[in-house]
Design a protein around this ligand. Structure first.
Ligand SMILES: Cc1cc2nc3c(=O)[nH]c(=O)nc-3n(C[C@H](O)[C@H](O)[C@H](O)COP(=O)(O)O)c2cc1C
Length: 306
C-alpha cells in the first residue's frame, strides 16, 4: 500500500522533506557521519560549529554520562572556517540531505566572517550558535538579546542564505531573545542548546568534566526545551521554530510539533544509537497513520486545550 503520510514541513519559505534535523555537534562534520547512518531521513543535518580561527577545545574528559543524560564540555573544537571550507566543503554535494553550517565566534565580526566563508561551500542554511562567550563581556551571546541581535545582524549582512538563530534554555527570557534575533534577520530560531550542568565522581572526587561546568543534554532536558518552544510559539506565532532537546522517539517529535515547532532536532541519542533517525522517522509515520494525520504540518501547534 502506498504511504500517504507527508513528512514535509517548512521554516518560512525554506522547504524540508522531513521535520527531523540532525543536531549540531552530534553528527560530526556530517560528512564523516554519512558513512555511519542514512542521512536521507533528515530534512537537514547540521555540521559541527566552526569559528574564524581554529579552536583547540578543552582537555579530556569532555563527555560523561550523567543520570539519563549526558554532560559535555568540548569547547567547540574545530579547524576554523577556512580549513573547514577547504576540506569538508567539497564533499557536501555527496550528502543525501541539506547540510547547514554552524557559525561561532568571539564577536559579531567573527560570526559574519564565518557565515560568509561557509556560504561559499554550498551549505543550505547558516545556524548561528549563540551559546558561546562574547569576548568583551564573557557572557554567552544568547543571554543578552541585544548581543544576540548584533551577531545575527552581522550574519545577515554576510549571507543571503536562510539563518537559524540557536538560543539557550539558560535564558532568563527566551521570548525576548527570540524576538530580538528575529528582528535582526533570523528566519527561524533553534530552541535550544544544552542546559548548564555539572557532575562529580564520588570515588576520585574529581569533576566529570575537565572544565567542571558543561552542557547537559538528552532526555532529561526535553521538558525544558518544550517549555521554551511553547513560550516562543505562543508569543511569536509567525516565527518558525526548530525544537531541540532530548528527542529519542517519534512521540518526542510529535510533542515538539504540538508545542509549536515546525522541525525537530535529534542530538544526543546519536551517541548511543547512530541510526536513531531512521527509527524515529518510522515511529513518527506510525503515529500519524494511527491518528489519521496525513501531513506533519497538521500537528504543528495542534495542542488540545483542557
Ligand atoms: C557532544 C555535543 C556537542 C555539541 N556541540 C554543539 C555545537 O558545536 N554547536 C551547537 O550549536 N550545539 C552543539 N550541541 C548541542 C546540540 O546540538 C543540541 O542542541 C543539544 O544537545 C540538545 O539536544 P539533545 O538533547 O537532543 O542532544 C552539542 C551537543 C552535544 C551533546
Amino acid at each position: 500500500m502506498k504511504d500517504v503520510v507527508d513528512l514535509g514541513t517548512s521554516l518560512g519559505s525554506y522547504r524540508l522533506g522531513s521535520p527531523l534535523i540532525a543536531a549540531c555537534g552530534t553528527v560530526g562534520s556530517v560528512v564523516d557521519f554519512a558513512g555511519v547512518a542514512d542521512l536521507s531521513v533528515y530534512g537537514a543535518a547540521v555540521a559541527k560549529s566552526v569559528s574564524g580561527t581554529p579552536w583547540p577545545g578543552r582537555p579530556a574528559p569532555r563527555l560523561a554520562p550523567a543520570g539519563a543524560g549526558m554532560l559535555n564540555g568540548i569547547g567547540i573544537q574545530n579547524p576554523g572556517a577556512e580549513e573547514w571550507a577547504r576540506t569538508i566543503g567539497p564533499q557536501l554535494g555527496l550528502i543525501d540531505t541539506d547540510v547547514w553550517g554552524s557559525a561561532v565566534g568571539r564577536d559579531a565580526a567573527e560570526f559574519g566572517h564565518v557565515a560568509g566563508t561557509l556560504t561559499g561551500t554550498g551549505v543550505a542554511a547558516i545556524e548561528v550558535n549563540l551559546s558561546c562567550p562574547n569576548l568583551e563581556s564573557g557572557r554567552m551571546f544568547a543571554l543578552d538579546p541585544a548581543d544576540a541581535a548584533a551577531v545575527v545582524a552581522a550574519v545577515r549582512k554576510a549571507t543571503k542564505l536562510p539563518i537559524g538563530a540557536k538560543l539557550t534554555p539558560n535564558s532568563e527570557d527566551i521570548v525576548a531573545a527570540a524576538d530580538a534575533v528575529a528582528t535582526a534577520g533570523a528566519d527561524w530560531v533553534v530552541l535550544g542548546n544544552t542546559v548548564w550542568g555539572a557532575g562529580f565522581d564520588v570515588e576520585t572526587r574529581r569533576p566529570l568534566l575537565s572544565g567542571v561546568v558543561g552542557g547537559y543534554s538528552g532526555s532529561p532536558i526535553k521538558p525544558i526545551a518544550l517549555r521554551c518552544v511553547w513560550e516562543v510559539s505562543q508569543a511569536l506565532p509567525d516565527l518558525p521554530i526548530v525544537g531541540t532537546g532530548g528527542v529519542s522517539s517519534g512521540d518526542d517529535v510529535v510533542e515538539f510539533l504540538l508545542a509549536g515547532a515546525a522541525a525537530v532536532g535529534v542530538g544526543t541519542v546519536h551517541f548511543a544509537t547512530p541510526r536513531a533517525g531512521a527509527r524515529i522517522a518510522k515511529q513518527l509515520r506510525k503515529y500519524m497513520r494511527r491518528h489519521g494525520v496525513t501531513a506533519v504540518q497538521e500537528l504543528i501547534g495542534a495542542v488540545e486545550p483542557w
